[in-house]
Design a protein around this ligand. Structure first.
Ligand SMILES: Nc1ncnc2c1ncn2[C@@H]1O[C@H](COP(=O)(O)OP(=O)(O)OP(=O)(O)O)[C@@H](O)[C@H]1O
Length: 280
């Protein structure tokens, strides 16, 4: 009788590690943007985030991966306290942004949302011209001078790699842009208020491959100036563009490591099972 081989076959990862990951020594010298300590969140009775500990570093791209419903969006929506807009949310634990706990009742939440911009899954430009989409935030902050606004519009559109495509039609309606251009417009709108951090919740999932590539290249440029936290279902994308990756499962962080390490030599069997496509 032939012996049955019960040893589990080791599958190769679905993705190649990225070259973006810096050496450990470089990371040690980086500033901390967010320190998450024992963060728990409930939607009513549902315990959606469980004992999260995560440190997020500046000028890095941090990817959040994991199967549907594991708490990825919930986590990034705590980073600008947007999650509190959902009724019946309860939060416990600490989330320190630049040295201060954002759950402190006296924390100026409006200021936080100026420092922490967000880009969503579906491009959501305002029903206005390209120019007015960008100028909207600065105008709310009291900037009225046309020359100053013109400069902000140009700088933000250049920063989002969109200027050359739209400079001759700034007063056209934003809905006339392609999906990929609209998403870059939303990134430009975010840059116009000079954020510190940019949160991106599956920013390319509604885009074609070419637009996706443009946004990925843009993210690599933007991390020189900003800290970026991106939720993605696409493991290839996480591996291509991120420095660190956190793998979430059922509301817990199973593993958080440099992206190269997590994809090439995961420490936890569940991470390995996920990145090799055994589930998810
Ligand atoms: N507004 C809400 N009210 C109640 N439960 C919610 C709410 N939003 C999310 N949840 C639940 O919390 C859990 C985490 O949801 P979340 O959207 O953070 O997951 P996710 O990992 O981002 O999922 P996906 O990849 O499908 O977007 C899920 O079980 C979800 O059903």
């Amino acid at each position: 009788m032939m012996a049955t081989n019960t040893k589990k076959t080791k599958l190769s990862p679905l993705v190649e590690p990225s070259a973006a990951t810096p050496a450990v020594e470089d990371v040690a010298t980086k500033g901390v943007v967010y320190e998450t300590t024992d963060l728990n969140l409930w939607y009513g009775e549902h315990h959606a985030l469980k004992h999260i500990h995560l440190t997020i570093y500046e000028n890095e791209v941090t990817a959040i991966i994991g199967p549907s419903g594991c708490g990825k969006s919930t986590y990034i929506k705590t980073l600008n306290r947007m999650v509190e807009l959902v009724p019946n949310v309860r939060i416990a634990g600490q989330l320190v942004y630049r040295g201060r706990n954002i759950f402190d009742p006296s924390y100026p939440v409006e200021q936080l949302r100026t420092q922490v911009g967000m880009v969503f899954q579906k491009p959501n430009p305002f029903p206005k011209s390209i120019y007015d989409n960008i100028a909207y935030g600065p105008r709310i902050h009291g900037i009225r001078n046309k020359k100053v606004l013109d400069e902000i519009v140009e700088k933000s559109l250049r920063g989002a790699a969109l200027w050359d495509e739209v400079k001759d039609r700034l007063h056209d309606h934003a809905y006339g842009l392609s999906g990929g251009q609209q998403q870059r417009l939303c990134i430009a709108r975010c840059l116009a208020i000079e954020p510190d951090v940019i949160l991106m919740d599956e920013p390319t999932s509604a885009l074609d491959p070419i637009s996706t590539l443009k946004i990925e290249e843009l993210i690599q440029e933007l991390k020189k100036q900003y800290s970026i936290i991106i939720v993605t279902h696409n493991m290839q994308q996480a591996a291509r563009i991120s420095d660190k990756t956190a793998f979430f499962l059922n509301g817990e962080v199973i593993e958080y490591a440099e992206t190269n390490k997590l994809f090439s030599n995961p420490a936890d069997q569940r991470t390995e099972d996920y990145i090799t496509g055994r589930f998810g």
